[in-house]
Design a protein around this ligand. Sequence first.
Ligand SMILES: Cc1cc2nc3c(=O)[nH]c(=O)nc-3n(C[C@H](O)[C@H](O)[C@H](O)COP(=O)(O)O)c2cc1C
Length: 262
Amino acid sequence: MELREAIGRRRSMRFLRPYRPVEPDKIQRMLEAARLASHWGNVNSLRAVVVFRDSAPKEVLDVLTAPIAGYQIRLAPVVIVWYLDTAAVDEQADRLRELVEVGALGVGEGKREALERQLLPIFETIKEHLKQPGLGEVDCGQGIAQATLMAFEQGLGTCCLSSPNLEQIRQGLGLPESCRVLLLQTVGYPAESPEAGGQRPRQPFEKLFHLNRYGNPFPRDPAVVEELKRDKMIQDPAPAPWREAELEFLKRALDIKGHGLL
Ligand SMILES: Cc1cc2nc3c(=O)[nH]c(=O)nc-3n(C[C@H](O)[C@H](O)[C@H](O)COP(=O)(O)O)c2cc1C
């Protein structure tokens, strides 16, 4: 599938087929995609525990909770617990050395010496700062986004869920204290139609993006919008006329209690 179409057709899939297991090789491809994402200083702080409903111990399944649309966890054959290991920053110097060695960072004969004498001491002084929430989370977001697109390309549906219980989840999975759990991603075969009711609303382009300085909207060329519509990146906006009927069907088919918001 073309990249533009994959970006355009991806949806958060809240309704998964609980009876259909997910093949481990498909999850592996998601993880491979996450691993290849760009990271500051190449630290690779994004990590994951993949929980398969069929084989995970009950105490692990019990600790995976989300307060919003929590039924999704019950329905998902797989939950990927994405986390960031701040200890990756402790190996920062080696990661930078690798980048210099492979020609990805620095130029000229003196680059190795300059790395040791100038750049690494700077990183050493800001090491604890770099473990704080910020840049690392951006890395992780990039990796999770690539995994999400890989899942979609393989016919899988995913949905990210945050939780106020991230610390309990960390402990329940046995992760070291250096780790910050970021979010739960449910994975499975979608029970809803591929459109899932249409492309979800977004804030206006001009409100989000600026040219040269804040307050000057980045001009949106209608010809580019038309091109991206043709390439299936910009799609029919939600809701499709039949969406409410589809939701009613899914609610009954999957035995979702109440309104499904909590
Ligand atoms: C980082 C992140 C956290 C999210 N957390 C939740 C959540 O806690 N509960 C939930 O119902 N949806 C959650 N979502 C899903 C969003 O609500 C969803 O992406 C949004 O409705 C847009 O739909 P789309 O992904 O199909 O474009 C989260 C998405 C992201 C990227």
